[in-house]
Write a protein that binds this ligand. Structure first.
Ligand SMILES: Cc1cc2nc3c(=O)[nH]c(=O)nc-3n(C[C@H](O)[C@H](O)[C@H](O)COP(=O)(O)O)c2cc1C
Length: 191
């Protein structure tokens, strides 16, 4: 698939089949990530791939995070288990979930630019997956940033979760993308 075509036809897909994705394909998608631009070649990305039963580890961490959040918010006992259970199930929404972590830099600017590089890496992964006939959705949410999840992934100081990338074969037809024309957001300086 031609790059422009991939960019314009990619869509986030929230619901995918449980059919497994061959490891070589996941590796090819991961490999595309590390070709993203990154200032000072900091190579700020780290990846955790959860697949098959391995998603259970991720599910348990999500459930515990949801439980802690519910307790902190003063939720009643009877609702806490339900919230944890719903969160647990999210780990199984796709056959492969890749967590992309952005490493903190030596100063604030490097940390910011590392995160920018990781965002580019995630887009590379999404486009590569799309070109290979797979669907993705980039997700985050409060659970991704919670201290318990940070501990689960062993994050230090300015490290952060950049994405949970859900990957699988699409089962739904993709909705057309809605965007305002780029001319609405562009100022030309032409002398
Ligand atoms: C940093 C970031 C975080 C996102 N988090 C979520 C999320 O938590 N849940 C979700 O449904 N989509 C999430 N998305 C995906 C957007 O919803 C999606 O890209 C947007 O709806 C545009 O759709 P498209 O990707 O098909 O163009 C996230 C995207 C980015 C860039």
């Amino acid at each position: 698939m031609e790059v422009r075509e991939a960019i314009q036809s990619r869509r986030s897909v929230g619901r995918v089949k449980q059919d497994p994705v061959p490891k070589e394909i996941v590796e090819e998608i991961l490999n595309s990530a590390v070709h993203a631009p990154n200032h000072k070649i900091t190579e700020p990305w780290r990846f955790h791939v959860f697949t098959g039963k391995g998603r259970g580890e991720f599910a348990r961490a999500r459930a515990e995070t949801a439980r802690l959040m519910a307790v902190a918010e003063g939720e009643e006992e009877e609702y806490i288990a339900g919230r944890a259970s719903r969160e647990r199930k999210k780990a199984f929404r796709a056959p492969v979930v890749i967590t992309v972590i952005s490493k903190g830099g030596r100063d604030e600017v490097e940390t910011l630019e590392n995160y920018a590089a990781c965002a580019a890496a995630v887009q590379n992964m999404q486009l590569t997956a799309h070109a290979l006939g797979l669907a993705t959705i980039w997700r985050t949410g409060p659970v991704a940033y919670h201290p318990y999840m940070r501990g689960f992934f062993g994050l230090e100081n300015d490290d952060r979760v950049a994405a949970y990338l859900y990957l699988g074969y699409a089962e739904e037809t993709q909705r057309p993308r809605k965007r305002e024309p780029v001319s609405d957001w562009t100022v030309w300086h032409e002398g």
